[in-house]
Design a protein around this ligand. Structure first.
Ligand code: 3PG
Ligand code: MG
Length: 400
C-alpha cells in the first residue's frame, strides 16, 4: 500500500480539526537571523493545503541540539519568517512559548479554522529525544490528526516523529515527505540509467551505507572532497597532510577493488599548507608532504564535469562538496560540479542533490533550485534512506 498523504483524506475531515504537523524547521539561525530557509518554504504546500480546508494547524519542530531551553535555539524567528513568506502579516503565525502544557492547550483552544500555531522547540524537553511515553501522550493530546512533513528528521525515533505519532489513528504524510520518499526511492530502487554518482564532503562513515547500496547500481562514481584523499591513500597515492579517515581505509580499499571500473578519483589537486595559506599550489599525482589537498584540480574538474554534464538523460545524484568551498580559492571544483548538474538537468537528466551542505554549495555556485529535479531537505536522513535503513518517522504513517 502506498503512503497515505493528506490528499487521500476527504476535505471535510480536516474542517475544524486540530492537525499536528511535524515539520523540520531546523534551519541555521544566527543571532535571530535565519540563513537558508529552504526547509521552511518546502513545508508551505502542506500547511496551506490544510489551512484552506479549515484545519487548525499546529506546527512542531526541533531546532539544533539544545541542552535545555535557551534563546539561541528558540523557534520564534522561524515563526516570523513563516509569516513573512505566507504574507499573513495581518494575522501572523502564532507562536507558543512551549510545545506542551496548559498554556499551549489554552492557545490551541483559541485557534480558529485556518489558523496556524508554531510550537516552541521540541528539544527544550529532553523527553522528546528519549521518545518518552508521557511526553508523547502530552503532545498527542494537542490534536486530532497527525501529519509528518519532516522527512529530514524521520530517521530519528523521537516522540514527535514516533511515540506521539502512534497515538493517533490518522497518521498522514505531508507533501514534502511524500515527494522526498518518491524521489529517493527512485534513486534507491530503480534509477534511470545511466546512473552517475558524485560524492564529496568529509565524512565517509555517514555515506558508507548509501554507497554500499548505490555502488552496484551506478555506472560512474566520482569521488571528491576530503573523502577523496582516503580513497587515494588506499590506492597508494601520497596524500601529504590531507584529511584521512584511517578507520575507513580498509572499507575503501575493498570498494576500490570491487568497483575499480566505475570509481573515478581526482588526478590533480588544489593544495596549500593550511586552509588559510594564501599561496596555493596545483599538484598532479602525489601530494607533497607538508601540504594538504583542499579542492579538486582543473583536469579533474574537466573530467568530472564531462561525466555529469554528459549523463545523457539518466540520473545524477550529488552529495557533498568537492572541496572546502567556503573558501573562494577552494571552491572551483564545487562550483563546476554544480554548473554541470544544471547542464545535465537542462539536457533532460533527472538530477538530485542531497546533504545539508550541498544546497548551500549549489547556491553559492549560482545554480538555482529550479535547475535541479529535486533538492532533498535531508542530510543524515537522506543517506540513511538511500542505505535502505528503516525510517521510524515514515514507517509509522498509515499505508506504509
Ligand atoms: C538535520 O538537520 O539533519 C535534521 O533536522 C535532524 O537533526 P539532528 O541530526 O539534530 O537530529
Ligand atoms: Mg543532522
Amino acid at each position: 500500500m502506498p503512503l497515505r498523504t493528506i490528499a487521500d483524506l476527504p476535505d471535510s475531515q480536516f474542517d475544524g480539526k486540530r492537525v499536528l504537523v511535524r515539520v523540520d524547521f531546523n534551519v541555521s539561525v544566527n543571532n535571530g537571523a535565519i540563513g537558508e530557509d529552504y526547509r521552511i518554504r518546502m513545508s508551505l504546500p502542506t500547511i496551506e493545503y490544510l489551512t484552506k480546508r479549515g484545519a487548525r494547524v499546529i506546527l512542531a519542530s526541533h531546532l539544533g541540539r539544545p541542552d535545555g531551553p535557551d534563546r539561541q535555539h528558540s523557534l520564534a524567528p522561524v515563526a516570523k519568517r513563516l509569516s513573512d513568506i505566507i504574507g499573513r502579516s495581518r494575522t501572523p503565525i502564532r507562536f507558543a512559548d512551549d510545545c506542551v502544557g496548559f498554556e499551549v492547550e489554552d492557545e490551541i483552544s483559541k485557534m480558529g479554522k485556518g489558523d496556524i500555531l508554531l510550537l516552541e522547540n521540541l528539544r527544550f524537553h529532553k523527553e522528546e529525544e528519549l521518545n518518552d511515553p508521557e511526553f508523547s501522550k502530552q503532545l498527542a493530546s494537542l490534536a486530532d490528526i497527525y501529519v509528518n512533513d519532516a522527512f529530514s528528521t524521520s530517521h530519528r525515533k523521537h516522540s514527535s516523529t514516533y511515540g506521539a505519532a502512534w497515538l493517533f489513528d490518522t497518521r498522514l504524510a505531508g507533501f514534502n515527505l511524500s515527494k522526498e520518499v518518491e524521489y529517493l526511492s527512485m534513486i534507491r530502487e530503480n534509477p534511470k540509467k545511466p546512473f552517475t554518482l558524485v560524492v564529496g564532503g568529509v565524512k565517509i562513515k555517514d555515506k558508507i551505507g548509501a554507497l554500499e547500496h548505490l555502488l552496484p547500481k551506478a555506472d560512474k562514481v566520482m569521488i571528491g572532497g576530503a573523502a577523496a584523499y582516503t580513497f587515494l591513500k588506499a590506492k597508494g597515492v601520497k596524500t601529504g597532510n590531507s584529511l584521512i579517515d584511517e578507520e575507513r581505509l580498509s572499507w575503501v580499499a575493498k570498494a576500490l577493488s570491487t568497483y575499480d571500473d566505475k570509481i573515478m578519483l581526482p588526478i590533480d589537486h588544489v593544495c596549500a599548507t593550511s586552509p588559510t595559506d594564501t599561496s596555493i599550489t596545483m599538484v598532479r599525482g602525489d601530494i607533497p608532504s607538508g601540504m594538504s589537498g583542499f579542492d579538486i584540480g582543473n583536469e579533474t574538474i574537466e573530467r568530472y564535469s564531462a561525466e555529469v554534464g554528459g549523463n545523457g538523460g539518466g540520473t545524477v545524484f550529488w552529495n557533498g562538496p568537492m572541496g572546502m568551498f567556503e573558501i573562494r580559492a577552494f571552491s572551483n571544483g564545487t562550483v563546476n560540479i554544480a554548473k554541470s548538474m544544471a547542464l545535465a538537468f537542462w539536457r533532460g537528466s533527472k538530477t538530485l542533490i542531497g546533504g545539508g551542505d550541498t544546497l548551500e554549495a549549489m547556491k553559492k555556485s549560482g545554480v538555482a533550485e529550479n535547475e535541479v529535479s529535486h533538492v532533498s531537505t535531508g542530510g543524515g536522513a537522506t543517506l540513511r534512506y538511500l542505505a535502505g535503513d528503516e525510517m521510524p518517522g515514515v514507517v509509522i504513517l498509515n499505508g506504509y
